[in-house]
Design a binder for this molecule. Structure first.
Ligand code: NAP
Length: 272
């Protein structure tokens, strides 16, 4: 049904764990060449080796385009809150792959602090990684995406902020809602060169990051989800693959909620 994306060049920020690792796995399984980034080198190198092995075991890869390395995942260390680091990551990815077609702005942190206790430094940190990091990566990738011919940006936002709220996550929610403001205006700026940008809004997805919230949090979340289970990283990857496809080329500036129906019921009673 869909045109193959085998051999396309994909960059996934925060691709060493959780949703980002799932995104990388999804693109590698389709034979794309993938660079994942994160701050921790050991975790990143291990994730890249695991993902490449999984893609090869899966028989993915196709021709791999000019580099012949489809399905291969490699790691680049970088911090998205630093514009110079973002420029270096994009430059190195272009060099490795001979171009850049898809950028997944996924790196994120979710520190909790009440309004009363949040320090200026904590607020700056969550905005710097989640919101400004999205700007910096897209800015750095613009020339490559414009010359790609099928440039795509996929932003991992959240239901928290754009749709829902949570005690302790004023900073996080603001960063995730801010990403959508960025996406809509960027969509207009990118449209002239045929590059699309869309956002995915995950609900509660089973990741290392979410597990660190503890078993009580996970249980209460499952109870609030109409489909009665947390989402998987593959659920998010499937949506990203769609946005990256040639067939999704007329969709830009949009959001897709993937939450098992969590944002639908107006009360617990409404769950039936
Ligand atoms: P995770 O398991 O904690 O993974 C986060 C990834 O981001 C890691 O690869 C991490 O690597 C990287 N990262 C963090 N800060 C970074 C920085 N400054 N520069 C570069 N990389 C950085 O988190 P996750 O649950 O997969 O979340 C991923 C994204 O999904 C986030 O944007 C989050 O807001 C969003 N999200 C998640 C859920 C969920 O249920 N899990 C729900 C809604 C939205 P290093 O630590 O090595 O840098």
């Amino acid at each position: 049904m869909f045109t193959s994306i085998s051999g396309r060049s994909v960059l996934v920020t925060g691709g060493t764990k959780g949703i980002g690792k799932g995104l990388a796995a999804g693109f590698a399984a389709e034979g794309a060449k993938v660079v994942i980034t994160g701050r921790d080198r050991d975790t990143g190198e291990q994730a890249a080796a695991d993902l490449t092995a999984a893609a090869k075991a899966d028989g993915s890869g196709g021709s791999g385009g000019s580099g012949g390395s489809g399905g291969e995942v490699t790691f680049l260390q970088g911090d998205v809150s630093d514009p110079e680091s973002c420029a270096a990551i994009v430059g190195d990815t272009r060099e490795r792959h001979g171009g850049l077609d898809v950028v997944c702005c996924n790196a994120g942190v979710f520190p909790a602090a009440s309004l009363e206790e949040m320090t200026a430094a904590q607020l700056e940190d969550v905005l710097a990684v989640n919101l400004k990091g999205t700007f910096y990566v897209v800015q750095a990738a613009l020339p490559a995406l414009r010359s790609s011919g099928h440039g795509r940006v996929i932003v991992t936002s959240s239901i928290t902020g754009p749709i829902t709220g949570f005690v302790g996550w004023t900073g996080y929610g603001a960063s995730k809602a801010g990403q959508l403001g960025f996406v809509r205006s960027a969509a207009l700026e990118l449209a002239r060169s045929g590059v699309t940008i869309n956002a995915i809004l995950p609900g509660n997805i089973a990741t290392e990051g979410l597990e660190s919230m503890g078993p009580d949090y996970l249980r209460s979340m499952e109870a609030a989800i109409p489909l009665r289970h947390l989402g998987s990283v593959a659920d998010i990857a499937n949506a990203a693959l769609f946005f990256a496809s040639d067939e999704a080329g007329y969709i830009t500036g949009q959001t897709l909620v993937i939450d098992g129906g969590q944002t639908i019921p107006e009360s617990l009673e409404a769950m039936g």
